[in-house]
Design a protein around this ligand. Structure first.
Ligand code: AMP
Length: 280
């Protein structure tokens, strides 16, 4: 496994790889790796001759400076895990390498970025688009792997690929959960033991909502979820929305869409958690 810190190094190395006829799979991450990331990497390992994992905590997608400061960073552990997963290249640039000067680019992601995460985290998705395009331009992968855990991000990255005309397949990977149902997240390690114990209430509520779906309209189901969180004072529900899987529009009737998704963001203590469920 080679660990590279500059765009020039990785571009040069991948140029040789490509000349040998190898295809390239990219897994973009912000580090503090867990089994959710590992599942994306294993999938990339199965489907590509060369696997690149980027590890970079992207400052432009954080709207809250405190959140950026507190974001967990475990580079040594990450590199060890990436070695075990038989990754070929780790791209782990510093901030100046990715942003030698401020990135002024604006990406027109409307209306996908106007709802849910985009509504509560101003400019978040423009920052995501900035780093994803920089990574795609540098690495030029054949395939890039994204988790359904960040459902809105996945939809927006697919839109970005269309917008920019990239010849890159976006591979969507299912949410990996802890045995008690909590969606794996780098942020989970910031939960106190008490918070960690009750955190599965979020996914349990989504699973129950999925079971109740046939008895309720989308707006009734939304109200039911909101009501569940009203009863649990430790949780502060930011949003729960039922949307379709391409336009992220609020679903009014189940029958109008083939795939519908319930997306949630909740504050538990000082930690903001997101999760979602694809209804069936
Ligand atoms: P992050 O490091 O949080 O930016 O995540 C990097 C990639 O891993 C993103 O595409 C995430 O959607 C994905 N990911 C994070 N957590 C999970 C999970 N629990 N299951 C599946 N994918 C995940």
């Amino acid at each position: 496994m080679e660990i590279l810190e500059t765009k020039k190094e990785i571009t040069d190395r991948l140029h040789t790889v490509r000349l040998d006829g190898s295809d390239i799979g990219l897994v973009p991450t912000m580090g503090a790796l867990h089994n959710g990331h590992a599942s994306l990497i294993s999938r990339a390992r199965e489907e590509n001759q060369t696997v690149v994992v980027s590890v970079f905590v992207n400052p432009t997608q954080f709207n809250d400076p405190q959140d950026l400061l507190k974001y967990p960073r475990t580079p040594e552990r990450d590199i060890q895990l990436l070695g075990e997963l038989q990754v070929d290249f780790v791209f782990i640039p510093g901030e100046k390498e990715m942003y030698p000067e401020p990135d002024e680019r604006f990406f027109d992601l409307y209306p996908l970025d106007a709802v849910m995460e985009g509504k509560y985290r101003k400019n978040h998705f423009n920052g995501v688009a900035q780093i994803v395009t920089k990574l795609f331009d540098t690495i030029a992968p054949d395939r890039a792997y994204f988790g359904q855990k960040d459902f809105q991000q996945l939809v927006i990255v697919k839109r970005l690929v269309q917008l920019m005309g990239y010849n890159i397949s976006i591979v969507a990977c299912p949410i990996i959960r802890e045995p008690d149902g909590l969606a794996m997240s780098s942020r989970n390690i910031r939960l106190s033991p008490e918070e960690r114990q009750i955190a599965p209430f979020i996914s349990q509520t989504l699973f129950k909502a999925n079971k109740l779906k046939s008895n309720y309209s989308p707006s009734e189901l939304k109200q039911w979820v909101i009501g569940q969180f009203r009863k649990r004072k430790a949780f502060k529900l930011e949003y729960f929305e039922i949307v379709d899987d391409t336009e992220l529009k609020q679903v009014k009737e189940w029958s109008e869409h083939v795939i519908t998704v319930g997306c949630i963001a909740v504050h538990l203590g000082k930690v903001r958690l997101i999760d979602n469920i694809i209804f069936n």
